[in-house]
Design a protein around this ligand. Structure first.
Ligand code: PGA
Length: 259
């Protein structure tokens, strides 16, 4: 874990203005632990209100369109997200990559175009990757993640210090199941190797987050795994109590590493 762990809450399609009280409470926890970088990605509808009303956390989006403006009914562009007060966006979440059901069938090229659009609008970006359960069972997890990285990461010239990668095994999202700490460490080391291949030495500065059923009970050990620079948290980010406990776990780990 680098010196300033990054703990990001993804509210998904949850939250109305009534939930800003939770966000404010998260801000108060974040203010107590300045060594931990804390962020929340609410739905588009809450970005502006959250950015205006909550201190000490970064506010971001969960997706953006590839174009800056135009005839795209129902979509929201990266410059609009910036204008609303967001400073980062998530792209390529598995719920957007999903082909069936209510997914959006986004492929690697679309995810890359979204990451580029976000960076062009000055936003930081978190690019999500992760294998399905069938892919892991078939022993293909690292191969799948490597190919997602090769296809979805934006070009070196655009990233500066604004790129993070989130490793989120699809089978661990919202299920309460998490990979072993060894498996998390192995995958994060493999992702670091791919980042060095793709970006050269610059790849060392890209933060790698773990996501998938992170909670107060498992955050400490997951954050301590090799190359884990923070967490992307879904369900447990919806209340300040549970998200605050994850922020606190990151703080404790920092303190233990400082000795
Ligand atoms: P979860 O979601 O923490 O609810 O598993 C994580 C995510 O999808 O980012």
């Amino acid at each position: 874990m680098p010196s300033r762990p990054y703990i990001v809450g993804n509210w998904k399609m949850n939250g109305t203005r009534a939930m800003l009280t939770e966000a404010r409470a998260v801000g108060r926890v974040a203010a107590r632990y300045p060594g931990v970088a804390v962020a929340l990605a609410p739905p588009f509808t809450l970005i502006h209100a959250m950015a205006e009303n909550v201190q000490d956390i970064a506010v971001g989006a969960q997706d953006c369109h590839v174009a800056a403006s135009g005839a795209h009914t129902g979509d929201v562009s990266a410059p609009m997200i910036w204008d609303a007060g967001a400073r980062f966006t998530i792209v390529g979440h598995s719920e957007r990559r999903a082909k069936g059901g209510l997914g959006h069938g986004e492929d690697d090229a679309t995810v890359r175009a979204k990451a580029e659009a976000a960076l062009a609008a000055e936003l930081s970006v978190i690019v999500c990757v992760g294998e399905t359960e069938a892919e892991r069972d078939a022993g293909k997890a690292e191969k799948i993640v490597a190919s997602q990285l090769a296809g979805s990461l934006p070009p070196l010239e655009s990233i500066g210090t604004r790129l993070s990668v989130a490793y989120e095994p699809v089978w661990a999202i919202g299920t309460g199941r998490v990979p072993s700490v060894e498996d998390v460490g192995a995958m994060h080391r493999a992702i670091r190797e791919r980042l060095l291949e793709i970006y050269g030495e610059e790849g060392r500065g890209v933060r790698i987050l773990y996501g998938g059923s992170v909670n107060a009970g498992n955050a400490g050990e997951l954050l301590a795994a090799d190359e884990v620079g923070g967490a992307l948290v879904g369900g447990a980010s919806l209340t300040a109590d549970s998200f605050g406990a994850i922020i606190y776990a990151a703080q404790l780990l920092l303190e233990s590493r400082r000795g």
